[in-house]
Design a protein around this ligand. Structure first.
Ligand SMILES: [Zn+2]
Length: 84
């Protein structure tokens, strides 16, 4: 088996180690998560959009901000509830 070279996306700061995506924070993720959260929000007008090396950029299906927003809204709602 050939070793998959490590690579870093200069656009989103994510890096791949032997094919596994790690966020700039060091957390593990998937290419689709990265695409949904970061890479898809890069405008095609952005002259540096080509620097994004995520193969899944443009695809949907990972964790999205919409999903996170919903999750966070739910948590906030719970936290903001007045104590009975
Ligand atoms: Zn990227």
């Amino acid at each position: 088996m050939d070793k998959i070279p490590n690579k870093t996306c200069s656009k989103c700061g994510a890096h791949w180690i032997e094919g596994q995506l790690y966020w700039s924070t060091g957390a593990k993720g998937t290419d689709l998560d990265l695409a949904g959260l970061v890479c898809n929000s890069i405008s095609d007008e952005d002259p540096t959009v080509g620097e994004c090396i995520n193969a899944s950029r443009g695809q949907v299906g990972g964790t999205t901000w919409e999903y996170r927003r919903g999750y966070i809204d739910g948590v906030m709602e719970q936290a903001m509830k007045p104590k009975q």
